[in-house]
Design a binder for this molecule. Structure first.
Ligand code: ZN
Length: 292
């Protein structure tokens, strides 16, 4: 029964305390890829521990002298609640996101001009770019199977060619790497835990990390300076909630990280991957212990 208690404790620590501590470690942002892996592994380990705590009661109660009904009952309730909440949250988040994006895509297809309408400045080989007649400089993408990159007339007018290339590279990096699915994974888990345990700062942090990843992809295409300048230009723009934008409120933090990207922290990355593996190993080892 000690193993069951340990699984419950691991689930609570990884779902409650760990995200709050990690969201404050801004140093992680310098290595966005391993940082996202750490976030994913911590979340997965929390779910695994919560789901396994209930079933882990069974071998303990099968043996003689099993009187720890309180811990057992608690663990079973935790696992059952976690499973139901996960299924419900996955359904709710997934359906809503897809509906909002579909509606938005239909709207930009209706109102927007094709990318080649951007006076020959936009390379739109796959025909997924749409230009909206709006003066505010904004760029975002609508992820999914029938994805779109949306630019405003204001963005086309205020971004010189190198910055426009940077913005398109940023949006295409989101679409190519399916950053929307990474964020959906965190959104589902966020909604699956009870409100008192949710950590809003964790969601903000993983959103920033995928932006930093897309910025780095843009730097590889267009160079640091155009990406930084485009960030400034687009920082004033607004974008719809279910989209992923190139500018936005995190522009300042991202500019600082563009400079930091020139000095990669390789040792730190290796440490972070090792930590991610260790975190996943904890609930796996506990489950193995419970059933042996
Ligand atoms: Zn972005």
């Amino acid at each position: 029964m000690l193993v069951v208690a340990a699984l419950v404790l691991v689930a609570l620590v990884l779902a409650g305390a760990a995200p709050r501590v990690m969201a404050r470690r801004t140093g992680f942002r310098r290595s966005p890829r391993p940082a996202l892996v750490v976030w994913q592994c911590v979340s997965l380990a929390a779910v695994l521990a919560a789901l396994a705590a209930g079933p882990a009661v069974l071998p303990a109660t099968a043996g003689p002298g099993s009187g720890h009904s309180v811990v057992g009952g608690l663990a079973l309730a935790l696992s059952a609640a976690m499973l139901l909440r996960l299924l419900w949250s996955g359904h709710r988040v997934g359906t809503r996101l897809r509906a909002v994006r579909r509606e938005h895509r239909e709207l930009v297809d209706l109102l927007g001009l094709p990318g080649d309408a951007g006076a020959g400045r936009v390379t739109d080989r796959d025909g997924t770019v749409r230009v909206l007649a709006h003066p505010t400089p904004t760029a975002y993408c609508l992820p999914g199977l029938r994805h779109r990159v949306v630019l405003t007339r204001g963005a086309l007018e205020s971004l010189p060619p190198d910055q426009l290339a940077a913005v398109l590279a940023h949006e295409r990096a989101h679409l190519r790497a399916r950053h929307d699915l990474v964020l959906e994974f965190f959104a589902v888990l966020h909604r699956a835990v009870p409100p008192w345990l949710r950590c809003e700062a964790a969601l903000t942090e993983v959103r920033l990390l995928v932006e930093v990843l897309a910025d780095r992809a843009a730097v590889r295409v267009a160079g640091v300076t155009p990406v930084a300048r485009a960030l400034v230009t687009l920082a004033q723009g607004r974008h719809p909630e279910a989209a992923m934008a190139a500018g936005g409120g995190t522009a300042l933090a991202r500019m600082e990280l563009l400079a930091a990207a020139q000095r990669p922290a390789r040792g730190l990355s290796a440490l972070m991957y090792a930590f991610a593996a260790a975190v996943i190993a904890v609930p796996v080892a506990l489950v193995a212990l419970a059933f042996t």
